[in-house]
Ligand binder design. Structure first.
Ligand SMILES: [Zn+2]
Length: 678
């Protein structure tokens, strides 16, 4: 039986009516429908509200919509699959058309264009389907499942059973509009708090009143601050001083001892060590001070944690309407990722406790010529010098691809170089539309057969540059995956991949071969090894960050009435514990809080674990591609598996479930190669 317990009040007549209907249906369709009857009645009762009708309406609905024999059930399944493909496909088409002006390089964007772009035609589909009872038809006939059932029984299900499971999942929650609105509001409030959290770097002073950063440099926490730390490795003169002050700034943000007045304010100078603030002695912005602003070092009042708490409180309101995943934590792991939280935790710990960590730390220390400091979790020095300069590559690319159309014409040729047969390459090219992008480029897949995938690519007036080409190859990788996993799949309800990490992994495989497409030599083994060490170190860093995110969400669920200050203290405690366990032994310093600096933790509802999982998956896919030799057929074989669980997909693709082994093995080999090259 599916586990469908919930806090929803069922209608007072529901129990008696369901018992009566159960007997009637079994009498009509036979004892072998007993389990399906029980399950269907339970699933419908779970979501039925007073507004859906009284006992008579319920009775009539159940008796006329229960598919009591396999033929009727198959007909129902096929029609739903077909019509939902039409619905999703056309919704996607409207969405793509409405976003056209915003997404494409097609002249100025007027204010109303943004309104079109923001409109989501599919926003009310699930609501409508409950109101017109199509959702109840699905719930009466197809099984809702828990992640445990999908993991344990899924490998033995037929492809059609999998498609039926995905069909039911589309209606596994019925969230009232008011609750959805509250979640959206909390998300957008947190997002706007984060998106304005800038530090004006020219106004950071050290102990001697010295300024290390240039005027006008405004860094958004945490992304730009972290990237500045990375960039500062190449500043031999002041890099270290800059990195240390950024660490100090980050710690002030995390502990909320940052003076409120310095946030997004170029009118004050700030010494992040002593926390002294004073009116800016030098001006680098026309931004006027807020009227009545007092220049004191009064700390930001835990706003960071108040924002996070609001997202939690909003997310929690969804819980009663999501019986198969009744917490945000469960929805993230059991539904979005479909890897149990405990397994994710174990994989992350496998990376964090790998014997590779101290060895690579030692190598970094040797390359830096100083002991590691905590901000070196963002070490960025494993870079190989390529055989070609960026300018040389730009010249080669712009000559070959002066326009987006020139790239489009070359797609079959490119795909043949990547190992697709000429027929497959032509077929794929016929299914990809190339558009000039307003931004750096993206891929937009179709959602029904007959529609094409769109490749949006950036072409400057002087022709495509190397960066644009590199991105175009990546996005084309998404388009190839999208085409196979929609057009060539056996059931469109299984269209796609288990989650975004998989399509990213496939796109990166093609992107990694961009030089060969240009007819240039592939990166040598040493560059490859350095890239792997860089990926490993990133995974090591982000694994700790993910564990902090997970720890904080558990703490919020355990302490639903916490204040922002209590949440702050708990976050610091969690971040320090994880640091002390997995980083302090390598960095030689305890109680560092830096792992809690990520802005996603505040506005992204437990998103951070996706990053390390993505790295692990990318290595597994890459390893399999190397083993098989030819990318084309292997890519197609993998992409046609569709939206099953990550483990099933990965076992089909590589013979093993999702795990850290491929990354760890590649790291070990790369470390040996880098060490012998020294
Ligand atoms: Zn991508």
């Amino acid at each position: 039986m599916p586990s469908v317990a919930s806090d929803n009040q069922t209608q007072p007549w529901m129990k008696a009516t369901s018992e009566k209907l159960q007997k009637q249906l079994i009498a009509k369709y036979g004892e072998d429908q007993h389990a399906r009857v029980d399950r269907g009645l339970l699933q419908v009762a779970e979501f039925w509200r007073a507004e859906d009708g009284d006992a008579a309406v319920f009775e009539d609905f159940v008796l006329s919509n229960f598919a009591g024999d396999q033929t009727t059930l198959n007909t129902m399944f096929n029609r739903f699959q077909n019509l939902l493909e039409q619905l999703n496909g056309h919704m996607q088409e409207i969405n793509r058309e409405f976003r056209q002006q915003a997404d494409l390089d097609a002249g100025p964007v007027l204010p109303f264009d943004d309104l079109f772009a923001a409109y989501d035609p599919a926003a009310h589909v699930v609501d409508d389907f409950f109101k017109n009872k199509l959702a109840f038809v699905v719930l009466l006939n197809f099984p809702l499942t828990s992640l445990q059932e999908r993991l344990e029984q899924g490998p033995n299900w037929s492809r059609q059973q999998w498609a039926e499971v995905r069909l039911a999942q589309a209606f596994s929650k019925r969230i009232p509009a008011a609750v959805n609105l509250e979640v959206a509001r909390a998300a957008s409030e947190a997002d706007s708090y984060i998106s304005q959290y800038n530090i004006w770097m020219f106004h950071l002073l050290d102990q001697n009143g010295q300024r290390f950063f240039p005027p006008k440099l405004r860094l958004l926490s945490h992304w730009n601050l972290r990237d500045e730390i990375k960039a500062d490795y190449s500043d031999a003169q002041h890099g270290l001083a800059k990195q240390r002050s950024i660490q100090q700034v980050m710690e002030r943000i995390i502990t909320q001892t940052i003076p409120n007045v310095v946030i997004n304010n170029p009118n004050v100078d700030w010494n992040p060590w002593t926390n002294e603030v004073k009116p800016a002695a030098e001006k680098d912005s026309d931004l006027a001070p807020s009227p009545g602003e007092k220049i004191t070092n009064t700390a930001e009042p835990s706003t960071r944690y108040a924002m996070l708490l609001k997202t939690y409180q909003a997310a929690r309101k969804v819980d009663p309407y999501s019986p198969t995943a009744p917490t945000l934590i469960a929805r993230r792991f059991d539904e979005d990722r479909e890897i149990p939280e405990q397994r994710v935790r174990e994989m992350l710990q496998q990376v964090l406790t790998s014997p590779m960590v101290p060895k690579i730390a030692q190598l970094i220390q040797a390359r830096l010529g100083r002991p590691l400091e905590p901000f070196d979790i963002w070490y960025d020095g494993f870079r190989a010098r390529g055989a070609y300069t960026e300018a040389q590559l730009d010249a080669i690319v712009s000559k070959r691809y002066p326009t987006a159309d020139a790239y489009k014409k070359d797609i079959p040729n490119i795909l043949v170089k990547l190992g697709f047969t000429p027929e497959k390459a032509q077929y794929l090219a016929d299914n990809i539309v190339v558009d000039p992008a307003r931004g750096s480029g993206h891929a937009m897949g179709a959602a029904m057969r007959g529609e094409k995938a769109h490749l949006r690519t950036r072409v400057e007036s002087a022709g495509m540059n190397y960066k644009g080409f590199n991105i175009a190859v990546h996005e084309m990788g998404h388009n190839v995956e999208q085409t196979f996993s929609l057009n060539e799949i056996d059931y469109t309800l299984l269209e796609g991949v288990p989650n975004t990490a998989f399509t990213e992994a496939l796109a990166m495989v093609l992107q990694g071969h961009d030089l060969e497409i240009l007819g240039l030599a592939a990166p040598d083994a040493l560059s490859d090894a350095l890239k792997t060490l860089n990926d490993f170190w990133n995974t090591y860093e982000i694994s700790g960050v993910a564990l902090v995110d997970m720890g904080v969400w558990h703490w919020m669920y355990d302490n639903p009435n916490a204040t922002p200050t209590q949440l702050r203290d708990a976050t610091l405690e969690i971040a320090k514990n994880i640091w002390n366990k997995f980083y302090a032994p390598v960095f030689g310093k305890k109680d560092v809080v830096l792992l809690a600096v990520y802005s996603h933790m505040i506005d992204s509802f437990l998103y951070l674990p996706d990053y390390p999982i993505g790295h692990l998956i990318a290595f597994q896919v890459e390893e399999q591609m190397k083993k098989s030799g030819a990318i084309g057929p292997e890519f197609e074989r993998m992409a046609k598996m569709g939206h099953v669980t990550p483990d099933m997909w990965m076992i089909h693709a590589t013979g093993k479930p999702v795990g850290a082994e491929a990354l760890l093995a590649a790291t070990e080999q790369s470390l040996a190669r880098v060490n012998t090259a020294k």
